[in-house]
Design a protein around this ligand. Structure first.
Ligand code: C5P
Length: 433
């Protein structure tokens, strides 16, 4: 029985049970390296909101580095950004002895230079090509697109010089997230308030070419193995790495979803922005997933759940010699099927995705699983001889009520986007009907 449980579980979800893949067979998707946004912070009361911009970008999987003007440091300290970004913060042209041409290295690292908030002064310097501090020098040196979120007093905003500077910058391809009308720090009411943090984050992600099609949607992902206790020190589990589930969570976050990640124990960091719910046993995992499930738009059950658990977990360690018989004759009971249980509770607006690994007749067996578990979509893959756990690639077949479509071998992070594309498409089709 123990042998059965050990051998069968990892193959069940198929997430970490792929064929070894040849280089040629791998769809050419680069290993996922996060884009880098260089965030420029200038001297304005709204500088404190830059901290929220950092968080918003990080939630979408973006690496953020911060460069500040001297005036910005009057409003918010570099230590805040150092702590949030876990990166050095550039504050002076000559403050990085290890990088003698700091402005050049920063300029080259950036995929996007976002200045939020941007003062009238810095806008004017950028328009004139003045480079008299680390921020403006880097702006002049970078080839990355420049995105500016201005914030200032209404009269400064409407001043002919500021308007002209804005037009000049737009003429050079610089993009603006215009200030909003509202109550200003000086007591005036008018245009000049820093745009909403979400609007700034969205504009930055759009400039980086990120899709935000899951914004407003809630996504639940189960990931990793479950651990079933025999006694306080022993357990049965499986070799699931959790990579597929974590890739799904990361992809959903990058596309703007609110993500609940229910995870068994894995050696991975949860993506920034995901609500992580840690679970040990299948029963824990079901409880955590059930708490999140109502209100979720897409639920992806990528966990490799142990089908069986010891009938009773001993409260004290079973001793060699004393408890040999109990240890060798462990009794097992079936665990709940999390996917099937929650799929039975789903409402028409919810999309449920399951995973399956098959050794043969992949499409037929996946089709059967689709019906048996009440899922809308099954991500199936063939497993067999060269079974490898914890790989970064997967070769999957998407099976729904309409039929099956085979995908090329690709990285799990790329596959995550393809699965989400399919789930969103099905959700939209259903709404349109
Ligand atoms: O039946 P099988 O284990 O092959 O089904 C795999 C799918 O069902 C995966 O999506 C997995 O996360 C889910 N599952 C589950 N609870 C179980 C067993 C499997 O949610 N107890």
């Amino acid at each position: 029985m123990i042998k059965d449980a050990f051998l069968s579980d990892p193959r069940k979800s198929g997430l970490d049970a792929e064929h070894p893949v040849s280089d040629e067979a791998v769809l050419q998707t680069s290993p996922h390296t996060p884009a880098t946004v260089l965030l420029g912070v200038t001297g304005c009361v709204a500088a404190y909101k830059s901290a929220e911009v950092v968080r918003g970008l990080q939630k979408a999987g973006i690496r953020v580095k911060v460069v500040m003007t001297a005036h910005a440091q009057e409003f918010v300290g570099a230590a805040t950004f150092r702590a949030l970004t876990r990166e050095p913060v550039a504050v002076g042209l000559f403050d990085a002895p290890g990088a003698p041409l700091h402005h050049i290295s920063l300029a080259q690292e950036a995929d996007l230079f976002l200045i939020a908030p941007c003062t009238a002064n810095v806008m004017a310097k950028l328009a004139a090509g003045i480079a008299d501090d680390i921020l403006t020098t880097t702006a002049l040196a970078t080839e990355a697109p420049l995105l500016i979120a201005p914030a200032m007093n209404v009269r400064m905003y409407e001043a002919p010089a500021t308007r002209e500077n804005r037009e000049r910058l737009i003429g050079r391809g610089v993009r603006f997230i215009d200030a909003e009308v509202g109550y200003l720090a000086c007591g005036d009411v008018g245009k000049g308030r820093l745009a909403d943090v979400d609007a700034i984050v969205d504009a930055a992600l759009e400039a980086l070419g990120h899709r935000r099609d899951l914004k407003g949607l809630r996504v639940l992902v189960t990931a990793g193995p479950t651990v079933e206790a025999i006694d306080p020190v022993r357990c049965i589990t499986n070799h699931s790495s959790g990579k597929m589930g974590y890739a799904l969570a990361e992809a959903a976050l990058a596309r703007g979803a609110q993500v609940d990640l229910v995870s068994g124990p894995v050696a991975l960091c949860a993506p920034a922005g995901a609500s992580l719910h840690q679970a040990q046993s299948a029963q824990d995992m079901l409880e955590a997933a059930r708490r999140c499930f109502p209100g979720v738009d897409i639920a992806l059950f990528a966990a490799a759940v142990c089908d069986m658990r010891p009938k009773e977990a001993a409260s004290k360690k079973l001793k060699k010699g004393n408890d040999d018989e109990r240890l060798s004759l462990l009794e097992f009971v079936a665990n709940p099927d999390i996917l099937a249980t929650l799929a039975a509770e789903k409402s028409p607006g919810q999309m449920v995705v399951g995973f399956a690994a098959e050794t043969d007749e992949v499409a037929t067996n996946a089709q059967k699983k689709l019906a048996a578990k009440g899922a809308d979509l099954i991500v199936a893959n063939r497993v067999g001889e060269g079974l490898v756990f914890g790989e970064d690639c997967n070769t999957a077949l998407l099976v729904d009520a309409e039929g099956a479509s085979a995908l090329p071998t690709m990285r799990k992070r790329a596959l995550a986007d393809v699965i989400l594309d399919k789930a969103v498409g099905m959700l939209e089709d259903r709404k349109a009907r």
